[in-house]
Design a protein around this ligand. Structure first.
Ligand code: DGL
Length: 275
């Protein structure tokens, strides 16, 4: 395991900021680190307010704005909304609120899903705000063609992943229940529309069977981050982690997914601001 210094005072100048309701956005950070190794990063997990999927849109917008302000104050030159739910609800408002900062959001991979399916039916696993949001609606309208797109929410799955239960009996039963309606309708491609779900991709793959393709958009999102950044980056590979939840829980998820030993810095919400 690579040893990571415990950087706690911010990402310095010129870093890429990323945020999610919790640990899910680490699946996007992994790709950003792989594709943009010359950039420092600062990742914020709003685990105190996780899951976002159960919250009213107005609240998700307010939280996303507070987090973006915090990341910009700590030197973020671009921000990745590494959460499909926050992207669906807040991305447009964030671009209006912070016009000088490029924002990159998440949207389920409908275009490649429609290109890959042989059965003519693809599934999307995501939270209700993502499934009902305009970003997904627009992607379906533009790219699905004659392909049927079946939506499926997975209530409780984000919470299980936050707890680190990636393949226990309760998580397996929950995933099985979510997959049944999709598989019953002949879906052969599933777009993972929540950044938490790649954590349980091995379980989903095992239950869905080898003939079903799973699509995670984080590689394409990292490519988009490279396109919006003004330069190549001159960081020193410094990766800072902040959380409004339990630092040890984030440290465990970072260790498991990225192979890094880090000491996340706790941050707290006060009057709509993070500090
Ligand atoms: N990772 C978030 C997403 O991509 C999780 C949503 C939640 O917190 O409910 O949608």
């Amino acid at each position: 395991m690579a040893k990571q210094s415990a950087a706690v005072e911010g990402g310095g100048s010129g870093c890429i900021g990323l945020f999610d309701s919790g640990v899910g956005g680490l699946t996007v950070l992994r790709e950003v680190m792989r594709q943009l190794p010359r950039w420092d990063t600062i990742y914020l997990a709003d685990s105190a307010n996780c899951p976002y999927g159960a919250r009213p849109a107005e609240e998700i917008r307010r939280l996303s704005e507070g987090i973006s302000r915090c990341l910009i104050e700590r030197g973020a030159r671009a921000i990745v909304v590494a959460c499909n739910t926050a992207s669906a609800v807040a991305l447009r408002g964030l671009r209006e609120c912070f016009p000088g900062v490029p924002f990159v959001g998440m949207v389920p991979a409908i275009k490649p899903a429609a290109a890959l399916t042989k059965s003519g039916a693809v599934g999307v696993l995501a939270t209700p705000p993502t499934l009902h949001g305009r970003l997904l609606g627009d992607a379906v309208e533009r790219y699905a063609g004659g392909v049927r797109v079946l939506s499926q929410a997975c209530p409780g799955l984000v919470e299980r992943i936050e707890e680190g239960d990636l393949d226990g009996p309760a998580t397996e039963a929950l995933v099985r229940r979510c997959l049944e309606p999709l598989l019953g309708q002949g879906v052969d491609v599933i777009a993972l529309g929540c950044t938490h779900y790649p954590f349980v991709a091995p379980l989903i793959q095992r239950l869905a069977g080898p003939e079903v393709r799973l699509l995670d958009p984080s590689e394409a999102v990292a490519r988009q981050v490279a396109r919006v950044l003004p330069e190549q980056g001159s960081g020193s590979g410094r990766h800072v982690f902040l959380t409004s939840g339990e630092p040890e829980a984030l440290a465990r998820a970072v260790r498991r997914l990225l192979g890094l030993a880090v000491q996340p810095e706790p941050v707290a919400w006060r009057d709509g601001r993070l500090g």
